[in-house]
Design a protein around this ligand. Structure first.
Ligand code: FES
Ligand code: FE
Length: 445
């Protein structure tokens, strides 16, 4: 695992063997790969981890990019990263690069970072400000909306129409920016409704990124998604997180019962205060989850001592607002307490390398050293994330062994099964096959 403490993405040196193609790139016949996957899945029972090749094979990784990452909504950042017209961030996924920028009209656009003259990459910085997009090769110049406005030596009859930069789909919801590279994008309406329901009082449009941290985790992206979909491992691995979140550390039936009791009590309190606490867990056919859950008694945020580490967010009527957990396949895990939010963006870089960019967000008027300290603000999630990346790397080491075989998810790993079902549906157009084995211990929550 490598980490970079920075305000932008690190330069990622990806091994030559893992260089990947863009939207149209096909390393090998797609039908041959699909035939191979179908053969791998025929004996694969529902409720089990995937066959080895789906975690380790570079050709299947290419298919993951084309069928999962180019076709779904990807979280890229927060609106506070591009507040003024001309501010931009870039985002790279597979062989594609996007420029996310604020237009003069105040909207946010996503443009493919590919010049319409001879195809050079235009913008080569992770973030910054520009008055126009100027290609470094022959200086074709584009307005912030992607329209070509200058092209030298192209003759009087040159028609600039049709030479705008190619756009990608963009949605901004509760301050979070999502893009989809290859249309038509999935319907995002319910996701937006559920995010709004749970986050409206947090007013996340009014926060700003105060700290980022990037990691290169030596594991296939699906192992990170699976890890994020269960808290079976929490009690044994996350002392800081379990010190804050009531249900995370509950292992015995008595502890589980107590956590459920406190959750019910808190929900009643929150409802009285005006929160809409209808939980939206991952459900069949969905690719998102938003839930508010209780912290331990006396704990009001995810900090080492349970006390606030930043000013209260937005219009929350109480500091004791629990934590809202958000998951959106395939690239976002986020949580927000009453004083800060944290986002984890998963970007696959190779079949066995996943980049995670973490961002911490506080109220836009909060001042470092007066209202918050970075070390205190980030302590719980920094520890928790680094513990997770080690587990994911150990998982990758195991799944590449000759003795690896798919194993059964436990009953409290139902989120992993949901993720695998969604993944296989997206990859090969059908859920994770066949009936559950008779000895399966997996079940719905
Ligand atoms: Fe961009 Fe020539 S490739 S101006
Ligand atoms: Fe974890």
């Amino acid at each position: 695992m490598y980490s970079v403490d920075c305000s932008g993405c690190p330069i990622v040196e990806v091994p030559q063997r893992s260089r990947v193609s863009g939207l149209n790139g096909v390393a090998k016949s797609e039908s041959a790969i699909l035939t191979r996957i179908a053969a791998l899945l025929v004996p694969h029972p529902r409720g089990y981890t995937l066959p080895q090749a789906l975690y380790c094979d570079p050709d299947i990784f290419e298919l993951d990019l084309r069928r999962i990452f180019y076709r779904n909504w990807l979280f890229v950042g927060h609106i506070s990263q591009i507040p003024r017209a001309g501010d931009f961030i870039t985002y790279e996924i597979g062989g594609e690069s996007l420029v996310l920028l604020r237009t003069r009209a105040g909207s946010i656009r996503a443009l493919f970072n590919v010049c319409r003259h001879r195809g050079a990459r235009i913008c080569n910085h992770p973030a910054g400000h520009m008055s126009a997009l100027v290609c470094p090769y022959h200086q074709w110049t584009y307005d912030l909306d992607g329209t070509l406005v200058a092209a030298r030596n192209c003759g009087a009859d040159f028609d600039a129409n049709g030479c705008s930069l190619a756009p990608a789909s963009v949605r901004v919801t509760e301050g979070f920016i999502f893009v989809c590279l290859d249309g038509p994008p999935p319907d995002f309406t319910v996701v937006e409704q559920d995010l709004h329901q749970h986050l409206t009082l947090h007013e996340l449009e009014g926060v700003r990124v105060c700290h980022t941290r990037s990691y290169l985790v030596r594991a296939n992206w699906k192992l990170l998604d699976e890890n994020a979909r269960e808290c079976f491992h929490c009690a044994g691995s996350h002392p800081e997180y379990c010190g804050a979140v009531m249900s995370a550390g509950a292992t015995t039936p008595r502890e589980v019962e107590l956590a459920a009791h406190i959750q019910a009590e808190k929900e009643a309190e929150w409802r009285f205060l005006g929160f809409d606490v209808r939980q939206k867990p991952f459900a069949p056919g969905t690719f998102h989850s938003v839930s508010r859950y209780a912290l331990r008694p006396g704990v009001v945020t995810e900090s080492l001592d349970g006390q606030p580490v930043a000013p209260r967010l937005g219009g929350l009527p109480t500091l004791d607002a629990g934590v809202v957990g958000i998951g959106i396949y395939p690239s976002l895990l986020a949580e927000t307490c009453s004083d800060y939010a944290v986002t984890l963006r998963f970007t696959p870089r190779a079949v066995d390398i996943t980049e995670v960019e973490m961002a911490w967000l506080v109220r836009s008027d909060a001042k470092e050293h007066e209202d918050y300290e970075i070390d205190r603000l980030t302590a719980v999630w920094r520890a928790t994330a680094e513990q997770d990346w080690k587990l994911c790397e150990l998982n990758q080491l195991g799944v590449r062994s000759t003795r690896y075989r798919p194993g059964p998810y436990a009953s409290n790993e139902w989120g992993c099964r949901h993720f695998i079902d969604w993944y296989l549906e997206e990859l090969v157009g059908r859920p994770s096959l066949t009936a559950s084995p008779s000895r399966s211990i997996a079940r719905e929550p």
